[in-house]
Write a protein that binds this ligand. Structure first.
Ligand code: CU
Length: 151
């Protein structure tokens, strides 16, 4: 719940600060291939991915939110003592020429409390919160495709 409150407050802050200058004029951000993997029956935890590109100043992805899950976390994967471990992180950096690729097996989105009603093939809104190098926050809404495991 603490995480949800944080995401919500970031979203509100971004709205409040949503002046035309929030993108710095020259920064542009694009998202492609956003997806969420439908959990297997009886489970409510899902992985997700996307590719985030920026032009201009470096930015950081600091949060994600969607109506179909209670919380969304940013996770990294690393090999420790021969075992793949996931770790929650507060931000993932992205800079021009180095897109941020979130996918299974690497850094990814992790969704908790996922609605059992989502259907493979449908799309849902995914709201990303980004910070600029000057600390300004902005949000970006993209559409994530619900996929089946292994698709
Ligand atoms: Cu994870």
């Amino acid at each position: 719940m603490r995480i949800m409150a944080l995401v919500a407050s970031l979203g509100l802050a971004a709205l409040a600060a949503c002046s035309p200058a929030s993108q710095g004029g020259e920064n542009s951000v694009s998202v492609s291939d956003a997806y969420i993997v439908k959990p297997t029956p009886g489970r409510d935890v899902a992985g997700g991915g996307l590719t985030l590109s920026v032009t201009g100043d470096a930015m950081a992805l600091v949060g994600a939110d969607t109506d179909i899950a209670d919380t969304v976390e940013l996770h990294t994967m690393s090999m420790e003592d021969g075992v793949m471990r996931m770790r929650k992180v507060e931000q993932l950096d992205v800079s021009e020429g180095t897109p941020l690729v979130l996918e299974s097996g690497g850094a990814h989105l992790m969704l908790f409390g996922v609605s059992p009603d989502i259907e493979i093939g449908e799309t849902v809104d995914l709201v990303l919160t980004l910070t600029g190098s000057d600390g300004s926050e902005s949000t970006l809404t993209t559409e994530a495709e619900i996929r089946g495991l292994g698709d």
